[in-house]
Design a protein around this ligand. Structure first.
Ligand code: GDP
Ligand code: MG
Length: 162
C-alpha cells in the first residue's frame, strides 16, 4: 500500500504548487486567488524506491460558511483518509490565526503531521521558520514549492513520520 499524504493549510500557502511538484503533473489548479481548488485532488508520486499518494485540498481555516464550509469538509475528509498530513504555512505571510486554528484541529486528531513553511525562496529560511515553532507541531521545515527547494528533505521527514 502506498502511503497517503494530505496537503492542508489555509488558502494561498502553496498547496497546489507543492502537489504539482510532488506529482509532476498539472492536475491541480494553481491560481493567484485563494480557494480555486475546491475538491480533493489525488496524484501519485515517487522518490527513489518509495511511492506515495498525495492529496491536494481546498483551504482550511477560513470562516466556516457557504463554499468555505464545503472546502473545509473536503479537507477534513482528506485528513481522515491520510496516513500523514503536511500542514503548509506561508513564510512571507508569517504566522496567522488561521494557521493556529488548523494546527489545533490537527493536534486533536493525533495523526502524524509534518509542518512545512513554504515560500522561503528569497528569505532567510531559518529566520522565516522560527515563529512557526509555536504551532506545537515539531520542527518547521522550510521549503520553496515553486522551485522544489527543500522538498526532498521534506519527503525524508514525511517517510520518517510514517
Ligand atoms: P493554494 O491555495 O494553497 O493551493 O496555493 P497555490 O499553490 O495556488 O499558490 C498560491 C500562490 O503562491 C501562487 O501565486 C503561487 O505561485 C505562489 N507560490 C506557491 N509556492 C510558492 C513558493 O515556493 N514561492 C513563492 N514565492 N510563491 C509561491
Ligand atoms: Mg490550491
Amino acid at each position: 500500500m502506498h502511503p497517503v499524504i494530505a496537503l492542508v493549510g489555509r488558502p494561498n500557502v502553496g498547496k497546489s504548487t507543492l502537489f504539482n511538484y510532488l506529482t509532476r503533473t498539472r492536475d491541480a489548479l494553481v491560481a493567484d486567488y485563494p480557494g480555486l481548488t475546491r475538491d480533493r485532488q489525488y496524484g501519485r508520486g515517487r522518490i527513489g524506491e518509495r511511492n506515495y499518494i498525495v492529496v491536494d485540498t481546498g483551504g482550511l481555516g477560513d470562516d466556516p460558511n457557504g463554499i468555505e464550509l464545503g472546502m473545509q469538509q473536503q479537507a477534513m475528509i482528506a485528513v481522515g483518509e491520510a496516513d500523514l498530513v503536511v500542514l503548509l504555512v506561508d513564510a512571507r505571510a508569517g504566522l496567522t490565526a488561521a494557521d493556529e486554528d488548523i494546527a489545533t484541529q490537527l493536534r486533536r486528531l493525533g495523526k502524524p503531521v509534518v509542518l512545512a513553511v513554504n515560500k522561503v525562496d528569497g528569505v532567510d529560511s531559518r529566520l522565516a521558520t522560527t515563529d512557526f515553532h509555536s504551532l506545537g507541531l515539531g520542527e518547521p521545515y522550510g521549503i520553496s514549492a515553486a522551485h522544489g527547494r527543500g522538498v526532498p528533505g521534506l519527503l525524508e521527514q514525511v517517510f520518517a513520520g510514517l
